[in-house]
Design a protein. Structure first.
Length: 143
């Protein structure tokens, strides 16, 4: 999420009822660097951030620290999710599971190419075969 805060210059504080609504203490940045950069930019304009539901006020040292700690925990949570996803993919590969989109049968590929050679358009091919547009485009580009 990228907030447009160029218009905040005349304000001394920007108040939010709750910026972390979906999950408590989830900051508006995907990394700690983005969060710190966001705070630096708004503080450079003389603006502080007040989050009502979380009772965080970045005009105070403790509020600023809490906001940054929320960023640290959000980045940690994101890293843990990525690690679990990688581990799950590795386990699936080790079990011999095929990952990714299913392959199109050779018969379907041949049918797509024949219809295209007869001058049929991509959308008409997709309607007749029942495949997606991206499937037809991928088959035709692999010639």
């Amino acid at each position: 999420m990228r907030l447009s805060y160029q218009h905040w210059i005349p304000w001394s504080a920007f108040a939010c009822w709750g910026i972390f609504n979906d999950i408590p203490l989830r900051p508006p940045g995907e990394s700690l660097q983005q969060l710190v950069g966001f705070l630096d930019e708004i503080h450079a304009k003389g603006v502080d951030l007040y989050l009502h539901q979380q009772n965080i006020d970045t005009s105070t040292p403790s509020g600023n620290a809490m906001f940054q700690m929320a960023g640290v925990f959000a980045e940690f949570e994101r890293s843990m999710i990525q690690e679990r996803v990688r581990a799950g993919l590795q386990r699936a590969r080790a079990q011999g599971k095929v990952l990714g989109r299913p392959k199109v049968s050779a018969r379907t590929e041949t049918l797509i190419r024949q219809k295209r050679e007869r001058g049929m358009g991509i959308l008409k091919i997709t309607r007749e075969i029942g495949a997606g547009t991206s499937v037809v485009q991928r088959v035709l580009s692999s010639n």
